[in-house]
Design a protein. Structure first.
Length: 187
């Protein structure tokens, strides 16, 4: 589906000037109506508070305030005008521990550099078509980190303490009374 992005306001935070300009041109080619730019997380948070954009696209590695710290500010500071704004975090590093760290900071989408225009468009499309509910708890505030699953989950068990018999029956206890639940019971 093709979208009209004319009414969307996006804040780009990127400390590398050529990359910032490239992103700006890509977003212009998508038809984004308003594009605001900042060179680091501190300037980005100020512009975020002033402009209240619909979407934030930020680099991870910046000084003095990086993309993770910026995400925490957006999600947790009282003066943040929209703690629920979607955040796309860009980085040249895709190691699992970094992806987990980014996810746990409250970002909405993760984009690994170098990327192509289709990748960026898909992230924006994902945010529009499948917005995720937000979770607030003692240690986390941000979009639900679980992705929706389609169909019946047929992979390995989620919990190590679940036991399955050879007949594919889950054995569990409820109030010290053993019960058996078959796959059919989950439908």
């Amino acid at each position: 589906m093709t979208y009209s992005f004319q009414k969307i306001k996006i804040l780009i935070i990127e400390d590398n000037a050529p990359m910032l300009e490239l992103l700006r041109k890509i977003l212009q080619s998508f038809g984004i109506g308003t594009i605001i730019t900042a060179l680091n997380g501190e300037e980005g948070f100020i512009k975020f508070c002033q402009s209240n954009p619909d979407l934030v696209i930020t680099d991870w590695m910046m000084a003095p305030c990086d993309g993770i710290a910026l995400s925490h500010k957006i999600r947790n500071e009282r003066k943040s005008p929209n703690q629920y704004v979607p955040i796309i975090l860009m980085t040249g590093f895709s190691e699992k521990k970094r992806v987990i760290s980014a996810r746990d900071s409250g970002i909405t989408e993760f984009l690994v550099k170098p990327f192509n225009t289709r990748d960026l468009y898909r992230r924006i499309h994902q945010i529009i078509e499948r917005p995720r509910k937000f979770i607030r708890c003692e240690e986390f505030f941000g979009p639900d980190r679980r992705r929706k699953m389609t169909g019946i989950y047929g992979g390995p068990l989620r919990r190590q303490d679940d036991t399955v018999s050879k007949d594919n029956i889950f054995n569990t206890e409820v109030d010290s009374e053993s019960i058996d639940i078959t796959d059919i019971d989950f439908l």
